[in-house]
Design a protein around this ligand. Sequence first.
Ligand SMILES: [Zn+2]
Length: 405
Amino acid sequence: MATTAGSRAGSLSSLREFNRLRIVDFLRTNGTASRAELARRTGLSRSTVSTLVADLQRRGLVAEKAGQFAGEGQPGRSAALLELDPSAAAAVGVDFDHDKVRVAVSDLSRSVLAEASAAHDVDHDSTGALDLAAELVQRVLDEAKIEPDRLLGVGIALAGPIDHDKGALHPSAVLPGWSEIDAANELERRLETPTYVDNDANLGALAEVTLGAGRNVRFAAYVSISSGIGAGIIVDGRPYRGHRGTAGEVGHVVVDPQGPICRCGNRGCLETLASGPALLRLVQDSRDEQLTVKKMIDLARDGDAGCMRAIADAGQVVGGVVAGLVNLFSPEMVVIGGDLGEAGDLLLDSLREAVRRDALPAAASELKIVAGELGERANLLGALALVLMQSEHEVAARVAGSAAA
Ligand SMILES: [Zn+2]
């Protein structure tokens, strides 16, 4: 972004370097662009862009993306798409899921180079989970042959609202072992590299607007429905955390004051009516085989009336809460992910109907409500995207710096 690069302008030796930074920064943020688009978006002239791009290309830092062209330009002539040399730097993502640890390493283009995961009781053993994560990170770095000096940092996804002053989860009964632990600090100490942390729904949201269903959408909400329900809110391309890091906790919006007691201590929270476990409780009684969320969705797809009803009703109650979210901050898109997001239109049809009914028409008329595209890897890919977002100065300076050398 121009403002980010602008703050560095004083320390750079020339306007040329500053302009080169703007090009690098745009490609880093957007992945690819044609020369014409770069000129339009940076305000630089086309000839300046051509000169700077040629310079970056000569040094192997920017390349034309093989076989891909922008759909602009005159008919019959397509514009080549440019991208950063992906190998200029690497990022690591870690997802502390409830029962497993996943890690991945990616290049600057966000392509995953190596990935690993291992089962672990993450909820009850934070120290063991952090040790395991450090071990897995080392394994994927070795596998992808990433030298330590190319690593920008590590991003962590944690399943709960984060107190960013402490770097730890807000105390809760759900993850007792994590509320006293500064996870970023702990992993940074083990790996000796800058480490960033955010809530899993915020990172799922960041992943979906970077790589998934909401690519390039600036204002979006991502609602993850799994064992819990959480939302990540994207404002101007970035996760919105709120003052205390608890923004997007839609799972604990009360939808039935007389409803079941929630794990948060309140009654009738959205989670008690529409999470995976809540739906399983509804349908399990009427059958002998042990159901899982996946099995329930498969049955609904095959026309099982009870499973279809449970999922559609969940869509309706989630839709009511999403309508409130839509009225409050007017997103362009709502992406539904998590285990139950896999149900697709079985869930989304009733959800869309409830939003249309309950939200302000002006906010909902052009709203797109879609299923997530990244599935269970959304949080992990978001942790990678977090590193690239947090280290934007670093990336731009490294690439521009080696261009100037
Ligand atoms: Zn609750």
